[in-house]
Design a protein around this ligand. Structure first.
Ligand code: INI
Length: 163
């Protein structure tokens, strides 16, 4: 399954050329998050984003992703931010808290800053599900989906920017 087969198909002609994208990665469950980051790289390249226009940062865990996104969103250096993380229910008793706060915080960052923030956090029952959603080229990878979302929303913001 590839980006668009399951979720929203990318709009035709979507082009990321010249866009600057921030990527914030949680270091918890790093092997999974690294796979998501590879998906982001593939997705952004396919849309014409120059790797030199990608600003990469890491934060300790998914709970810190909204703060990392806020720092990049208000830096004036990026047109959109992608947050990557993996929260596995079986491995944390405060799964709901970490996943919920990450989601709410990311929404708050994009609505308050006006800089789109894509939600690339896997919230799964177990590691097997996380692996299924972070596959290599040609498979389903939520990082690849998040790359499309970031470019689409950055273009939307650009089209309606107050003059
Ligand atoms: N952070 C994650 O990104 N994934 C997890 O599965 C996780 N678990 O299992 O607890 C996790 N916890 C750390 C959290 O995000 C914060 O870094 C920590 O609470 C310090 O603020």
């Amino acid at each position: 399954m590839t980006a668009g087969d399951k979720g929203a198909a990318p709009p035709p002609g979507l082009d990321g050329t010249g866009l600057r994208i921030g990527v914030v990665r949680a270091r918890w469950n790093a092997p999974i998050v690294d796979r998501l980051a590879e998906g982001v790289g593939r997705g952004l390249s396919a849309l014409g984003v120059d790797p030199g226009d990608v600003v990469d940062e890491t934060v300790p865990g998914s709970f810190e992703l909204p703060m990392g996104a806020h720092i990049l969103a208000t830096s004036g250096r990026v047109d959109a931010v992608i947050c990557l993380g993996s929260v596995i229910r079986g491995e944390t008793s405060h799964y709901e808290l970490v996943a919920g706060e990450a989601a709410a915080g990311i929404q708050q960052v994009q609505l308050t800053t006006g800089v789109p923030v894509a939600f690339g956090i896997l919230t799964t029952e177990d590691e097997a599900q996380a692996l299924e959603r972070s596959e290599g080229a040609g498979g389903h990878n939520v990082g690849e989906d998040a790359a499309v979302v970031a470019v689409e929303m950055a273009r939307l913001a650009e089209r309606h920017r107050p003059r």
